[in-house]
Design a binder for this molecule. Structure first.
Ligand SMILES: [Zn+2]
Length: 247
């Protein structure tokens, strides 16, 4: 970029405010770039990816435990039903509504059978619980790493939010300064600047330094420099680079 502030001898005119507008536009562009490339965002992306990886790994490694626990719940439910049935048969046994000895014996046998089966289910449940316990231990380390990764991601989320607040504040202040500076620039000059900026940013407006357009590497022909110098103070188009030359 050429040195836009190298020359200070020219009086500050309304047109020169265009240089301020350009400088502020460049600042706005830099702030937007900074906001989209915040290191805090990269840190958060990495932390989130780590949480995702560990979650998947944990779910995979923890699958056998979940299967066994499902089986445990099934057995417990079944045993509960058998016990309820036994309790209901027991109530019938002592209700007095059944008096035939054979039928009373049959009920007692049914109760014994129900109790035996529920007892077997209880034993199976205990065996399952003993198989589940080491599986819980085996994923404990992975779970701890996931917890740590989630804590990192939480902190990264806060850090990003804080960084965004800071850069958004600077951006808002710079946009306001730019609007104030633009209000000093003649409408026609501003329109020429706005039209040329997409191609020439960040040095759309430059000064004439001696016989040189600040945007061009070479001296402009002296005839051209003379022509521009003798124009009424204002904005000229540089034939070489297309920039707006403040003279
Ligand atoms: Zn030029």
């Amino acid at each position: 970029m050429v040195g836009l502030v190298a020359v200070t001898s020219a009086p500050m005119t309304d047109l020169a405010a265009l240089l301020t507008v350009q400088q502020l536009d460049n600042s706005v562009g830099a702030l937007r770039h900074r906001r989209s490339t915040l290191p805090e965002r990269k840190a958060l992306d990495e932390a989130t990816a780590q949480v995702s990886t560990l979650s998947t790994e944990l779910a995979d490694r923890d699958a056998p435990r979940r299967d066994l626990e499902r089986e445990q719940r099934r057995l417990e439910g079944e045993a509960e039903l058998l016990r309820a049935k036994a309790a209901s048969e027991n109530q019938r046994l002592y209700s007095g509504s059944v008096t035939a000895v054979r039928e009373l014996q049959a009920i007692q046998e049914e109760i014994s059978s129900l109790q035996r089966r529920s007892g077997q289910l209880d034993e199976q449940t205990i065996e399952l619980m003993m198989r589940i316990e080491p599986l819980v231990d085996s994923v404990a380390d992975l779970r701890a790493r996931l917890d740590a990764a989630e804590a990192v991601a939480d902190r990264a989320t806060v850090a990003l939010a804080e960084a965004e607040v800071t850069v958004n504040g600077e951006l808002a202040a710079t946009v306001a300064q730019r609007a104030a500076a633009a209000a000093d620039v003649p409408v026609e000059a501003m329109q020429r600047y706005e039209a040329a900026r997409p191609q020439l940013a960040p040095s759309t407006v430059v000064r004439l330094v001696g016989t040189r357009c600040e945007g061009c590497p070479l001296q402009m022909p002296s005839v051209e420099a003379d022509r521009i110098r003798h124009l009424e103070a204002g904005l000229a188009d540089c034939d070489e680079c297309g920039r707006l030359v403040l003279h």
